[in-house]
Design a protein around this ligand. Structure first.
Ligand SMILES: Cc1cc2nc3c(=O)[nH]c(=O)nc-3n(C[C@H](O)[C@H](O)[C@H](O)COP(=O)(O)OP(=O)(O)OC[C@H]3O[C@@H](n4cnc5c(N)ncnc54)[C@H](O)[C@@H]3O)c2cc1C
Length: 519
């Protein structure tokens, strides 16, 4: 959904097909990280998400008989407008994105399944099944956002490396008789972690617990079987949470895998989200990483599809999706693997760490949590605020090299900036729209010969002394910087990202015939 929004906003025609007929399915993700809120902002959905969720979430951590309050907001992170986690259900995120599509007159065509896909030099031919009937569809590019059991990945023969976890997740919406404050509770126990938070989707509480997997690994994306009320009560009792299960409205077992696609691109097919990588829910990474994948790709597909100056350039641009995003997923896999061992490992060391060791350490935990730089560093890491694409083909340093501005490939940090007319604003607010933005230092030699183009914004930043320029990609990463503003170098970078031709012209100085004669 995020990819479709971004591709559309950058000029692509998009079609979205979804096998499920219902909009609603029980949520899995609950946490949206600061970086995801940042990248969604140009799509105009972040404010709505903030309104729909909890921006100052707190949890009560139950360790060794202690209850420790943990605030998940107010982190020491002045370079982001969102120094907090957002608790919002995945179903709400999907509804907000679907509404944003509807506002652009784009529809998610439900009840349509992709069953076959063939590539040719100019795109792909898909076979779709709708109400038992087959039909064909042609397109230039296909984004396979079809989850861990991806049909597209299988049809393309792309490898799916990794394995299954010996543990599974139990999810349930239930009514509890308990003396629990109405917020989130995390209980550490020898057997694993147990989360209880309100409100559930179909009941007052949602429970999430880890336990050893029952039965063989299930590689489909069908919902797992239900869990009995006795089993749910057993999980609460073993965790030591004083709560009695009164009623269960919904429950499910979730099989877990840690896998990554051996390539993110196959011809005109691009794998995105869980179709490209899947891991344990530890750290709340899956949906966040998927959205960040999507917003790395949407504008590239749009630029490559709409007004490509040169097919080879478009190829280089499209290749950067795999080059930039697969290394991110590899790190996420490693991190979630380590976190999940801590959360759910069944070996004696993990059990000891969660049990007696955690109890012993519990008096120190509140002090650690008060050390704000440490907490901010952890959130930065989990949020992928540190992700960079410095080695990407489209991260370019111009000549003369600038040293004062963010490096190409790095995320543009938020800060207060001064604009003409004494206006002050936040940089991220200034850039919260589709397109590429060119930021000129205060004394940049001359203004560009801007022929207005909706995909190129130009801003002179008066509190940035210097003569340089910094060009920011649609996903908020710096693409080009130079110590001097030299229009031809900027135009060369724009040509590299296959930006629509009008954008190049916007910065290429027009040489009047008289000037040319003089020269
Ligand atoms: C218990 C749990 C908790 C989690 N918590 C978090 C969290 O807090 N934060 C976080 O970031 N992530 C979390 N995740 C991970 C997150 O839920 C997933 O990463 C996310 O759902 C992936 O989204 P996706 O769109 O890539 O794939 P999916 O959500 O799997 O969606 C794929 C879609 O493709 C459709 N589809 C499949 N095949 C076809 C086809 N052939 N034709 C047409 N349509 C098709 C399916 O119907 C489905 O709607 C959690 C996961 C679990 C299991």
């Amino acid at each position: 959904l995020a990819l479709a929004l971004q591709a559309h906003d950058h000029g692509a025609r998009v079609r979205i097909v979804e096998r499920r007929t219902d909009l609603f399915r029980p949520s899995r993700a609950l946490i949206v990280h600061p970086r995801t809120l940042e990248v969604l902002r140009p799509l105009g959905v972040t404010e709505t998400l903030l309104d729909c969720g909890e921006v100052s979430p707190s949890v009560r951590l139950h360790v060794g008989g202690r209850e420790i309050p943990v605030q998940l907001s107010g982190f020491e992170m002045s370079d982001t407008p969102y120094p907090h986690l957002l608790f919002v259900r995945q179903a709400v995120v999907e509804a907000v994105l679907s509404q944003a599509l509807a506002d652009r007159s784009l529809e998610v065509e439900r009840g349509i399944e992709v069953i076959d896909l063939h590539h040719h030099a100019d795109g792909a031919e898909a076979t779709l099944r709708r109400a038992g009937m087959s039909e064909g569809a042609s397109c230039r590019y296909v984004a396979g956002c079809d989850g861990p059991a991806s049909t597209m990945r299988r049809l393309a023969g792309v490898g799916w490396r990794g394995g299954s976890y010996a543990q599974e997740i139990v999810l349930a919406d239930l009514e509890l008789e308990a003396d629990l404050a109405s917020e989130a509770h995390v209980v550490t126990g020898r057997d694993g972690l147990l989360f209880v938070f309100a409100p559930g989707e179909g009941a007052t509480w949602r429970l999430l617990a880890t336990r050893s997997r029952r039965g063989a690994a299930d590689h489909s994306d069908a919902p797992g079987g239900a869990v009995s009320i006795d089993e749910l009560q057993g999980l609460l009792d073993r965790a030591g949470l004083q709560a009695h299960v009164d009623d269960v409205t919904w429950s499910s077992r979730v099989h877990l895998e840690h896998r990554i696609a051996s390539q993110y691109r196959h011809g005109s097919l691009f794998l995105v989200g869980d179709a490209a990588h899947v891991h344990s829910p530890a750290g709340g990474q899956g949906m966040n990483t998927g959205i960040q994948d999507a917003l790395n790709l949407g504008w590239k597909l749009a630029f490559a599809a709409t007004d490509t100056p040169d097919p080879t350039t478009a190829e280089v641009l499209l290749e950067t999706y795999d080059r930039e995003r697969r290394p991110v997923a590899r790190k996420v896999l490693a991190m979630t693997h380590a976190l999940f061992w801590g959360e759910a490992g069944t070996d004696p060391v993990a059990r000891f760490a969660r049990g007696p060791l955690a109890s012993l350490a519990s008096p120190v935990i509140p002090h650690l949590l008060r050390y704000r730089p440490l907490v901010a560093a952890v959130v930065r890491h989990l949020s992928q605020l540190r992700v960079h694409y410095r080695h990407s083909e489209i991260s370019v340093d111009g000549t003369p090299r600038s040293h004062g501005r963010p490096r190409p490939g790095e995320r543009l940090l938020d800060s207060l900036v001064e604009l003409a007319g004494g206006r002050t604003t936040h940089l991220h607010e200034l850039l919260a729209h589709a397109g590429i933005d060119m930021l000129l230092d205060r004394d940049a030699s001359r203004p560009p010969e801007v022929a207005a183009h909706r995909l190129l914004g130009t801003h002179r930043i008066l509190n940035w002394p210097g003569t340089g320029v910094c060009v920011v990609r649609p996903d908020g990463y710096v693409g080009f910087r130079c110590a001097d503003f030299e229009p031809r170098q900027v135009a060369a970078w724009l040509a590299l990202v296959a930006a629509p031709a009008g954008v190049h012209e916007a910065v290429t100085p027009r040489v009047e015939p008289a000037e040319a004669d003089q020269a």
